[in-house]
Design a protein around this ligand. Structure first.
Ligand code: AMP
Length: 395
């Protein structure tokens, strides 16, 4: 597999798949530009070598969220705001291009949302071929969608010879840091896994169990483990059909050298609301009518100590409902401890949309070794699963 720096780009029309799937408010103003900024080095590199660059990306799920008359909600899902914003950042006009427009000779272009065509998510050959016509070389720098076998991320690669397709600079660093994490022998190695559902994290928990010394569990998924062990979790979010699985994982960890930690205490509330009445209690003795919404102060301190003593750290998933200030302390404590790992010369990787949002909210984002732009893609890569966006460039 080639990287962009290994391709002959001079005067070639460069087609790039980037991840511009950014959040927008009700007036189509971009509310978080992280993904656009992460794409800039590859775009600027391409601009040094060619005068015709066609960028493409998806935005949201326009096929699933159609208007009442069945048509696509073009206003809501158009990439026009991204084209304007890119023009500002690059100091050069980026023109929005429709899928059926003429292929241009010169200039900076952003193709309209690839998901406006139903063929995109199906990996459709015809649509991929149409897209491929926009470039003489193809660069995939959309790590966040590398785990999807879509027309613009995977199928399209077959229309380019092996030396006319490559990964971009962001994809290159994502892969390098993920490999660094997997290859790390610098122990203690600690993984912090949180978030809403055990189901989503089973794969990564099982993979990590072979590799790390400590597995710290937080978020709603902790209560499935605590209930499985016989604890009283009252109204906490629990996956009752995963109790056996949770016990299985705990038993497996006993046989391995990984120690699984559950939060000893929790911040509980009598409603899922920032202003609800809260109580700090042992996580296995939550009173009736209350639910665990964050790890408690004792758990935060214990997790913090383990993290700070670690040499290699991976974090995916918040420790609580960090979107509400009353339940953000646990996630912020983890972010702070991770920043210290880096100060002590260790290595830390934060991956997954919500833990990235949590570390951004904590103001410590610039103090961790690497923040991944791809939640699902990073988890699947670490689990050893094939990423179709990458395989397409190698086969
Ligand atoms: P995930 O996408 O699986 O990483 O889950 C992230 C979501 O889990 C965030 O929106 C959190 O607000 C939510 N979450 C974390 N802890 C809890 C909890 N104890 N109860 C309910 N939701 C939670």
């Amino acid at each position: 597999m080639y990287t962009i720096k290994e391709l002959e780009l001079k005067d070639k029309r460069i087609l790039m798949r980037l991840d511009f799937n950014v959040p927008m408010d009700g007036h189509q103003a971009i509310t978080d530009d992280t993904r656009i900024r992460l794409a800039l080095p590859t775009i600027k590199y391409a601009m040094q070598h060619s005068e015709c660059i066609v960028m493409m990306s998806h935005l949201g799920r326009p096929q699933k969220k159609r208007l009442a008359d069945g048509s696509i909600d073009i206003k809501k899902f158009s990439l026009a705001p991204v084209a304007s914003y890119l023009s500002e950042l690059l100091g050069k006009q980026v023109a929005l291009l429709q899928h059926d427009e003429e292929i241009p000779d010169i200039g900076l272009f952003l193709l309209e949302n690839t998901r406006f065509d139903a063929g995109e998510s199906k990996g459709d050959e015809k649509f991929a071929q149409r897209l491929a016509g926009f470039g003489e070389v193809y660069i995939n720098d959309a790590f966040g969608t590398a785990h999807r076998r879509h027309a613009s991320t995977a199928t399209i690669a077959e229309y380019f010879a092996a030396d006319q397709r490559a990964i971009g600079l962001l994809m290159e660093s994502e892969l390098a840091f993920a490999k660094k994490l997997l290859d790390s022998k610098e122990s203690p190695i600690t993984a912090i896994i949180g978030g809403a559902k055990v189901t989503d994290k089973i794969g990564i928990i099982e993979t990590l169990m072979d590799r790390c010394d400590h597995l710290l569990i937080g978020g709603a998924m902790a209560y499935t483990f605590i209930k499985a062990r016989g604890g009283k979790v009252a109204n906490s979010l629990v996956e009752d059909d995963k109790l056996d699985l949770a016990l299985d994982i705990l038993a497996k960890a006993e046989r391995k050298s990984t120690k699984i930690h559950l939060p000893v205490d929790s911040v509980t509330a009598n409603a899922f609301a920032n202003e609800a009445d809260t109580l700090i209690v042992n996580s296995d003795m939550i009173p009736d009518g209350y639910m665990g919404l964050d790890i408690g102060p004792q758990a935060s301190a214990a997790y913090g100590d383990i993290i700070k003593a670690s040499k290699t750290v991976f974090w995916n998933g918040p420790m609580g409902v960090f979107e509400m200030p009353s339940f953000a302390k646990g996630s912020f404590a983890v972010a702070q401890a991770i920043a210290e790992v880096d100060r002590n010369g260790g290595f830390s990787l934060v991956g997954g949309g919500d833990s990235v949002a949590a570390i951004n909210a904590s103001g410590l984002a610039d103090q961790v070794s690497f923040i991944s732009s791809g939640g699902g893609a990073m988890l699947e890569f670490l689990e050893g699963k094939e990423l179709p966006g990458l395989t397409a460039l190698t086969t």
